[in-house]
Design a protein around this ligand. Sequence first.
Ligand code: ZN
Length: 248
Amino acid sequence: MPMPTTPPASSPAPSSPTPAPTLASPTQPQTPLAGAVIVLDPGHNGSNADHLDEINKLVDAGGFKKPCNNVGTGTASGYLESAFNWDLAKLLATRLRTHGATVILTRKSNDGWGPCIDERGQIAARNDADLLLSIHADGSSAGNRGFHLISPASLTGYTGRTAAPSRRAAVDIRDALVAAGLRPANYAGSKGLIVRSDLGTLNRAETPAVMVECGNMLNAGDAALMTSRAGRSKLAAALADGIARYLT
Ligand code: ZN
């Protein structure tokens, strides 16, 4: 696929983000993501709470068992994480398709339950995705704020080959979010990045895979960003730029 100049694999700290061109730059090709297959995973689902027997069923999360799914979190005003994840995934899918990517979502609506975390990862595997991005928001103490990117630890038989490129994708997406003026979490990870071994969606992907926790829904500032259409558009634009940094 035609790609612009490759950025350096390693990136500086968020205080001095790489001055990489964004997708809006007129110097970039019109469809810089042509040929790329991106799986977007809007975390949870709108009716998970009505299907607790199903979502509590244990699945293989990467050599250990974990519940199929859970209900997620939500803002104090009642905007559920499942709805936020879905709303943001739709905006991001539109942006990525505009730039030439093939985008596959792991669920078709926000009305049902599941799929289970193992299946979400396996959708990326079956489609030989260039990247899986799992979209979430956190539910933490009210004083905690900011985004963080999670990449999988290296688990033999699961993520042995994908942990390193997943980490590179997380760095690129982190840098794009910082360049957009968004703040890394003050309560999780370091400089917006963390490696975890316990996330079935990432462990079962067999492709580079990253989870973004866009913010803390129980923090007033983060909630204001996530509940507004303008805030979600800002997040979608920054995530698209980060994906482009990684894939080009
Ligand atoms: Zn979540």
